[in-house]
Ligand binder design. Structure first.
Ligand code: CTP
Length: 214
């Protein structure tokens, strides 16, 4: 099968030397790309800026901003049978990018932000994607409730939910523990383990979903 996987953070420029971003290391998305490749699948990885080597045998498309990630996904998703959105995409970006470095003049500074494109939320509608759609939900409270809501709103087959308030897992960590949320309210818990080990189980689980689809 052909997989499209997004990974890493996005960077939203403020001025020529500054940006808004987040703590995502990209490890979970890269581990998924490697696990899918190892299982014999073709993989396109759309990645924000990370400190990880490019996985051999994977087609890598590097992007910086949410808009660039949206455009890369829009052009790649038409070829994909499975799409996994593991990127930590910025939800907001500066409403305007200053042409010159902002100088410190005033004692406080207001930064106006605007919403970015919702890439996962565009998959079923705008992109017309009919394959297996997998999203992540990084939450600090009411994990399952938020994940189930995201699953329905975005037309996903699976949401991989992780509690980012727990130290040592999730964002910027080597390990992760997740709860899989499926349509109909079914959940499957995958306990804390190395992201590479978890990725192998996730790819196996995701490919098995293909048999359940009408
Ligand atoms: N995502 C995306 N594009 C965005 C924001 C998020 O594709 N602009 C994807 C992420 O890759 C992830 C999923 O959406 O798979 C969940 O992201 P999250 O920000 O937690 O969900 P939202 O639905 O935006 O909800 P909220 O921010 O209100 O929790």
């Amino acid at each position: 099968m052909r997989f499209l996987i997004t990974a890493g953070p996005t960077r939203e420029p403020i001025d020529p030397v500054r940006f808004l971003s987040n703590r995502s290391s990209g490890r979970m998305g890269y581990a998924l790309a490697e696990a899918a490749r190892d299982a014999g699948h073709e993989v396109v990885l759309v990645t924000g800026p990370v400190q990880l080597p490019e996985p051999p045998g994977v087609i890598v498309r590097r992007v910086e901003t949410a808009r660039q990630m949206y455009e890369a996904v829009e052009s790649e998703i038409v070829h994909a049978e499975v799409a996994i959105f593991a990127a930590a995409v910025a939800d907001y970006r500066p409403a305007s990018i200053q042409a010159h470095k902002i100088k410190k003049a005033e004692p406080s500074l207001m930064l106006a932000l605007e919403r970015t494109e919702d890439i996962l939320g565009s998959a079923r509608g705008r992109f017309g994607f009919r394959g297996i759609l997998v999203g992540f939900a990084a939450e600090t409270e009411r994990l399952i409730e938020h994940a189930q809501d995201k699953l329905t709103r975005k037309g996903c087959d699976l949401i991989i939910a992780n509690d980012v308030s727990q130290p040592g897992i999730g964002f910027d960590s080597q390990e992760n523990a997740v709860t899989l949320c499926l349509p109909g309210g079914q959940t499957v818990v995958m306990p804390q383990q190395e992201k590479s080990t978890l990725a192998r189980s996730l790819i196996e689980f995701i490919t098995s979903l293909g048999h359940l689809r009408p």
